[in-house]
Design a protein around this ligand. Structure first.
Ligand code: PGA
Length: 251
């Protein structure tokens, strides 16, 4: 039985004070949530302060990105051990906004995962097709490439989570239907089964992301291969994120 996972990606929003307040509200509002993992991903400047709020709670923290070198002359980057030092257990890697605005590729996604894992950071690896790619019928080709190159040479999936986030669904209010998301999740699990075997692939959590709300999470999570969600906009308000968590945890 896979544990559910709900990760709130706060993107480039919230001050330190707003971030700690939201983190506190999420901790308090989801006390009874069991059987899964609640994660928040604040901006880098708020990580250490939010870690103070989350300490000893059931809520874990993720970096929104992580670099693939340990230290050195890489102005503006943050290393895996630095995220661990700030209190992160997870790191989002390869988000479509990183790919679109910062030219990240499947190759750099792979390099990041390879450095994150030995540092003790659990990657949440994002994949997803654009609207044009879906219309052209190449969704599986694109996702196949992203998964295979992204995970190339990664020996174990034990600490890896994959988030399927169709680019056309992110921040648009146009979520994939549960059936559309389930179909891609089955495809991804099939790829993982080919590479790692059924047992390992069967334990990997596959998240859906893209316009998840309290209204659509119930149907999404009812699908066999949807193990949780990466939530953007709806994670910025405590009420909506808590409502999503309560729906999934059944409390
Ligand atoms: P959204 O973002 O929920 O605002 O669509 C999801 C994401 O980018 O992870």
């Amino acid at each position: 039985m896979r544990r559910w996972m709900l990760a709130g990606n706060w993107k480039m929003h919230l001050t330190i004070r707003e971030s700690t307040a939201l983190a506190r509200a999420v901790v308090e509002g989801t006390q009874g949530a069991s059987g899964g993992d609640v994660i928040v991903a604040p901006v880098f400047t708020a990580l250490a302060s939010v870690a103070g709020v989350l300490k000893g709670s059931h809520v874990a923290m993720a970096g929104q990105n992580v670099f693939y070198e340990e230290k050195g002359a890489y102005t503006g980057e943050v290393a895996p051990a630095m995220l661990r030092d700030a209190g992160c257990v997870y790191a989002i890697i390869g988000h479509s906004e990183r790919r679109k605005y910062f030219h990240e590729t499947d190759g750099t996604v792979n390099a990041r995962i390879k450095k994150a894992l030995p540092a003790g950071l659990k990657p949440i690896v994002c994949v997803g097709e654009t609207e044009e790619e879906r219309e052209k019928g190449v969704t599986e080709f694109v996702i196949g490439q992203q998964v295979k190159v992204g995970l190339y040479g990664i020996e174990s999936l034990e600490h890896v989570t994959v988030a399927y986030e169709p680019v056309w669904a992110i921040g648009t209010g146009k979520n994939a239907t549960p059936a559309q998301a389930q179909a891609v999740h089955v495809f991804i699990r099939g790829l993982l089964t080919d590479a790692y075997g059924g047992t390992a692939a069967g334990s990997v959590r596959l998240l859906y992301g893209g316009s998840v709300t309290p209204d659509n999470i119930g149907q999404l999570i009812s699908m066999e291969d949807i193990d949780g969600a990466l939530v953007g906009g709806a994670s910025l308000k405590s009420e909506s994120f808590i409502s999503i968590i309560k729906t999934v945890s059944g409390r």
